[in-house]
Design a protein around this ligand. Structure first.
Ligand code: ACO
Length: 427
C-alpha cells in the first residue's frame, strides 16, 4: 500500500484555507514541510535567518542528532569509524555511499596517491603572496586557481568527470596545504611521495626538507588520520552550504571548493580551533579561569570551542578528539599545560548555569588545537587541515547535488524593509 503523505493546511485568521503543504518523511530527524507552493498560493515567503528551521536540500550523506549528540556518516557512527577505519576509506564511504571492498579501496587509494602533484606553474602563484599571508588566504587563492588548470568542461552532469574532479581535489589538497606552510616559513616546497599514505605524505610535505630524510611518527600519522575522519563532513553547515550554493550555478568545482574554504575560515566556523588556542594562551593560568568565565557570561567574549548551532549536547567528535589528545601527548612524552587548562575550563563551564541553560558543550574545535600543537603544527595551519578533511564532505555534497533532480540554482528571497519607490532629487 502506498504510504500516506501527511498534509498541513495554512489558514488565515478566518480559517480560510490558503494553501496545502506536504510533509516529507525523513529516515532520521525531523520531517520536513514542503513550502514550495507557498508563494504561488499565498504571495507570501518564509523568513528564517540563519536557516534555523530550513532544510535546504535532501541528503543521504551525513546525519547529526544535535539533542543526543550523535553523528553518522552514511549511517555509521563517527566514533565507530574513527576507531576502526582510515581517512581514505571514510572518504570513499562519503563519496560512494558504501564502504569499499578490498579491490575498490586499492583502486581508490591508488588514484588518490597518483593525483597528488600540482602543475608546476601553480608554484608561481605562491610567490605572489606576502610571506606573512595567512595560509587560509593562500588556500582560497590557490585552490581557486586550480579552476584555471582544470576547466576542460562545465558539464558535470557526466559522472566520470565528477569522479576525476573529486579525486584530483582530495589528492591535491594536502600538497597545497603543505606548500602554504612551507612558503610561510621560507623553506623549499616538498614534492609528494606517492609511496606514503595520505596522512604520512602530508606530514612529510609539512615537516620534511630536501636536506634530511624525514621519518614519519606512526602515532602522529594515526592521530592526523583520525582528525581528518572527524572533520570530513557535517551535513549542511555554513561552508558546505556555500559550496552547494556556488555549485548550484554550474560553477567550476575548484572555484566552488575555494568558496567553501573562504566560508570555513571564519572564527564562528572552522577558524574556532585557532581561536581556542589563542584564548587558552590569553587565559594563561588556571587561576584566571573564573574571571574569564565572568567575562563570557557578561557577553564581553565567547568561550571558543563551546556551543554549536545543531549540537545541544556534547559534540561526539569532541569526545573522540579529547581521548586522542591524551594519547598523542602521552606517545610524544609531552605534558601540555594548555591541555590541563582546557580540561579545567571545560569542567567549570559544564557546571555553570549559564552554559547549562543554553546547552553549550565543547565542540570539535575545543581539543583539536591541542593535538595540532602537540604535533608541532602551527596555529595558522589548524583551519587549513580542517579544510583538507572537509574537502571530502564538500565534494560528496556537491556530487549529490548534481545527481538530485530537485536541485535548482540557489536563490533565496528576502523580507524587504527599505525605502519604497521614490524620485531622484539632487541633494
Ligand atoms: N560562549 C558564550 N556564550 C555563547 C557561546 C559561547 N561559545 N555560544 C553561544 N553562546 C550564547 C549566546 O551568547 C546566546 O546567549 P543569549 O541567549 O544570552 O544571547 C546563546 O548562547 C545562543 O547563542 P547563538 O549565537 O544564538 O547560537 P548559534 O547557534 O547562532 O551559534 C556558534 C553557534 C556560532 C557556534 C556559537 O556557539 C559560537 O560562537 N561558538 C564559539 C565559536 C566556535 O566554537 N565555533 C565552532 C563551531 S563548530 C564548527 O564550526 C566546526
Amino acid at each position: 500500500m502506498a504510504k500516506k503523505i501527511k498534509r498541513y493546511f495554512l489558514t488565515d485568521e478566518n480559517n480560510q484555507k490558503l494553501t496545502e503543504l506536504n510533509c516529507h518523511d525523513s529516515t532520521l530527524g525531523p520531517d520536513v514541510l514542503d513550502v514550495t507552493p507557498l508563494y504561488t498560493d499565498t504571495g507570501m515567503l518564509t523568513y528564517d535567518p540563519g536557516f534555523n528551521s530550513t532544510a535546504s536540500c535532501k541528503s543521504k550523506i551525513t546525519f547529526v542528532d544535535g539533542e543526543k549528540g550523535t553523528l553518522l556518516y552514511r549511517g555509521y557512527e563517527i566514533d565507530d569509524l574513527a576507531r576502526n577505519s582510515n581517512f581514505l576509506e571514510v572518504a570513499y564511504l562519503l563519496l560512494e555511499g558504501e564502504l569499499p571492498d578490498k579491490k575498490e579501496f586499492s583502486e581508490f587509494e591508488y588514484s588518490i596517491r597518483t593525483h597528488t602533484m600540482l602543475n608546476e606553474q601553480l608554484h608561481t602563484f605562491f610567490n605572489g603572496f606576502r610571506r606573512d599571508a595567512h595560509p587560509m588566504a593562500i588556500m582560497v587563492g590557490v585552490v581557486g586557481a586550480l579552476s584555471a588548470f582544470y576547466n576542460d568542461s562545465t558539464d558535470f552532469t557526466d559522472r566520470k568527470k565528477r569522479i576525476i574532479t573529486s579525486r584530483r581535489l582530495i589528492a591535491k589538497m594536502p600538497t597545497i596545504a603543505a606548500m602554504a606552510y612551507k612558503y610561510s616559513i621560507g623553506q623549499p616546497f616538498m614534492y609528494p611521495n606517492n609511496a606514503l599514505g595520505y596522512s604520512e605524505n602530508f606530514l612529510q610535505m609539512m615537516f620534511g626538507t630536501p636536506c634530511d630524510p624525514y621519518k614519519v611518527n606512526p602515532s602522529v600519522a594515526k592521530a592526523l588520520d583520525n582528525i581528518l575522519i572527524l572533520h570530513a563532513d557535517h551535513e549542511q553547515n555554513a561552508s558546505t552550504s556555500t559550496v552547494r550554493m556556488a555549485g548550484s550555478t554550474g560553477a567550476n568545482p575548484f572555484a566552488c571548493i575555494a568558496s567553501g574554504i573562504a566560508s570555513l575560515w571564519g572564527p564562528a566556523h572552522g577558524g574556532a580551533n585557532e581561536a581556542v588556542i589563542k584564548m587558552l594562551k590569553k587565559i594563561g593560568d588556571k587561576k584566571n579561569i573564573k574571571g574569564f568565565i565572568e567575562d563570557v557570561k557578561s557577553h564581553k567574549t565567547r568561550l571558543m570551542g563551546f556551543g554549536h548551532r545543531v549540537y545541544k549536547n556534547y559534540d561526539p567528535r569532541a569526545k573522540v578528539i579529547r581521548e586522542s589528545a591524551h594519547h598523542v601527548l602521552k606517545s610524544m612524552g609531552r605534558n601540555d599545560p594548555l591541555m590541563e587548562l582546557a580540561m579545567e575550563l571545560e569542567a567549570i563551564a559544564l557546571k555553570d548555569e549559564y552554559f547549562i541553560e543554553r546547552k553549550l558543550y565543547p565542540n570539535v574545535d575545543f581539543y583539536s588545537g591541542i593535538i595540532f600543537k602537540a604535533m608541532g603544527i602551527p596555529e595558522s595551519m589548524y583551519t587549513v587541515i580542517f579544510s583538507v578533511a572537509r574537502t571530502v564532505g564538500w565534494i560528496a555534497q556537491w556530487t549529490e547535488m548534481y545527481g538530485d533532480s530537485d536541485s535548482k540554482i540557489a536563490r533565496p528571497r528576502q523580507l524587504y524593509i527599505g525605502k519604497t519607490e521614490r524620485k531622484y532629487k539632487k541633494k
